[in-house]
Each structure stands twice: as C-alpha cells, then as structure tokens.
Design a protein around this ligand. Sequence first.
Ligand code: DX5
Ligand code: ZN
Length: 216
Amino acid sequence: MKKQIAPSILSADFSRLGEEIAAVEKAGADLIHVDIMDGHFVPNLTMGPPLVKCLRKITKLPLDCHLMIENPGQFIGPFKDAGADWISVHVEACDLATLLTAIKKLGCKAGAVINPPTPLEKLLPFCELADFILVMTVNPGFGGQSVVDGTLEKIAALKKYLASKNLNVPIEVDGGVKAENIARFAKAGADIFVSGSGLFHTQDYAKTLSQMKGAI
Ligand code: DX5
Ligand code: ZN
C-alpha cells in the first residue's frame, strides 16, 4: 500500500492559508487533511463547508475532511458538495454502518475514526464497510498534543485484525506525528500519516516531508 502524508491545516497560518497549502503541495504532500470541529463533539471550533469550497479551488490534492462533529450525517452532503474527496466520521458520533454507506453513495472515500479511549472492538464490525480507518493517537480537538499511550499498540492490533480478515483497508493515523517519530507509526502498521504541528511548525516543509517519507 502506498504510504501517504496528509498535512493537517489546523496548524497552518490561517492568515496565509492559500500560500501554506500551495507550499505543502509543492513540497510533496499527498492529501490535505481538514479538521472539522463543532464545539460539541470536541471542545474547539474550526471550519465548515464554505472554507472547504475555497480550498477546492486552490489545490488539486484530495481533501480529507475529518468530521469531529455531532450529527455528522447532517453534513456529509454539504461537505461533498463543497469538494471533499474523503470524509471520515467517528464511531463515537454516529452509526457507522449507515454513515459509511451514505458517504460512499455520495462518491467520496469513507473513513471510520476511533478515539484513544474507545475500545477497538467497537470499530471492528465496520472495517469491511470503510475505505480507510483513522486511528486517533491524541484526543481530538487540538493540534500539538503528545501521543496517547497505548495507541500505537491499537494500530498494530487493528493491522493484525485486518490481515486476519484479508481486508486491504489503509490505516490513517492522526495526532502527534512528526519527522522524529513517524517511523514508529509506520512500524505499527499505519499507511497514511496526518501531521499538523509536526510539519507546519517547521521551517522547511520540503525538508520535513522528505525526512518523513524517508522514514516510512
Ligand atoms: C486533532 C486533529 C488533528 C490535528 C493533529 O483533533 O484531528 O488532525 O490537527 O495535529 P498534530 O499533528 O499537531 O498533533
Ligand atoms: Zn484530524
């Protein structure tokens, strides 16, 4: 499975968002990870479909919209219409069987997300329906946090489960990923690596991305 890096624009300089996205695109990013927060499901507020619509105009990269919101079913249509390519929803926020099916019906890649405290068993029944699985390695809401203990083991257990079922579903990892530790996530079994502060808070995006790619 091709390894991919998905810069999370949550840690970009919002006053220069267009330039920031152009810079990571030029530096070799594979996707743009967009963190959607509603102040209810997580204690922070970020962006909505109008912003995704603007992003769609300025980048050719797939837009990976991570919905950290209550009632995500209400918003998958608006995000698709705004230009989302990938849409992921949390097992803690919805009925995954219904939502993953609905996202795929819209023509987007459907992702199932799990938070650090949620047991993997809650997610396993839905793996077959997902185009990708996003394992949170921090509690969602903010960039720049440290990796929660036990989450790398969770990735490894998920990888093993998927192999045992012959399921070729990529694992995306989100939270605390940096050039210095990305190899640990890759070794645990991740295929797609979200990085916010680990990329946008470095000086040279091309250098950081090439270090990341060299380590996975
Ligand atoms: C956290 C978000 C992440 C966040 C990651 O709720 O889902 O995508 O931007 O930030 P870093 O890479 O700084 O941990
Ligand atoms: Zn995210």
